[in-house]
Design a protein around this ligand. Structure first.
Ligand SMILES: [Zn+2]
Length: 212
């Protein structure tokens, strides 16, 4: 079942690796199809990963299809799908520059137009929560905003998307924005863009940018 979706999910994992957002086995992507979720198997290196390895689970976490154990972060993904109707895909990474902000417990302010375009808000940081239970999902839900993007204190990143492409786009742009912000903030404290300009850019990007 879900062969086409498993292929897309596999390709999404390869995209994360191509952009240098994950290393060896870390990170994972999931995709919701109705009341099922497809997710990466636990601890499988990207170089060995195959589309057929993807695990199908129900919203209670029971494996429906697949011979491997699902990602250790499955409970986090399921908790967020159960509480966010609009969530169709979730990405977790430890991408370096975004995680540097997460380790510092620092939000990423809106310093440039690309940040305002894609995210439209300061990227929040959740409280610290241990891996492997619903605790991370609960911590994310407390701070998640319109960007669907949250830094996990001392850990990494969770990106919630309206589609697989939306989640991928945000995971990639988050690292780019974090990298730029890191270098800027090393030098001096820079003010955020005006709130009205952030809102204007974000609306323009989501209604006028691209081929639609
Ligand atoms: Zn992690």
């Amino acid at each position: 079942m879900y062969e086409a979706e498993k292929q897309l999910l596999y390709e999404a994992h390869m995209t994360l690796e191509k952009y240098g957002l994950v290393a060896y086995t870390s990170g994972n992507v999931s995709l919701r199809i109705d009341d099922k979720v497809i997710i990466k198997p636990s601890g499988v290196p990207y170089s060995l990963l195959k589309p057929a390895d993807m695990i199908v689970v129900d919203l209670q976490g029971e494996t429906i299809e697949g011979t491997k154990k699902p990602s250790i972060d499955t409970a986090t993904h399921l908790y967020l799908y159960k509480h966010l109707d609009w969530a169709k895909s979730i990405i977790h990474t430890h991408s370096t520059f975004a995680t540097a902000f997460a380790v510092l417990g620092r939000t990423i302010p809106v310093l440039c137009t690309a940040h305002a375009d894609v995210f439209g808000e300061e990227i929040p940081v959740s409280e610290y929560a241990p891996v492997g239970s619903e605790a991370i999902g609960k911590a994310v839900l407390k701070v998640i905003g319109k960007s669907g993007t949250v830094l996990l204190k001392r850990h990494g990143v969770i990106v919630v998307g309206e589609s697989l492409d939306d989640a991928l786009k945000k995971a990639i742009f988050l690292e780019e924005v974090a990298k730029m912000s890191y270098f800027v903030l090393l030098r001096e404290n820079v003010e955020q863009l005006d709130t009205s300009e952030i809102d204007r850019l974000n609306l323009q990007y989501h209604t006028k940018y691209g081929q639609r």
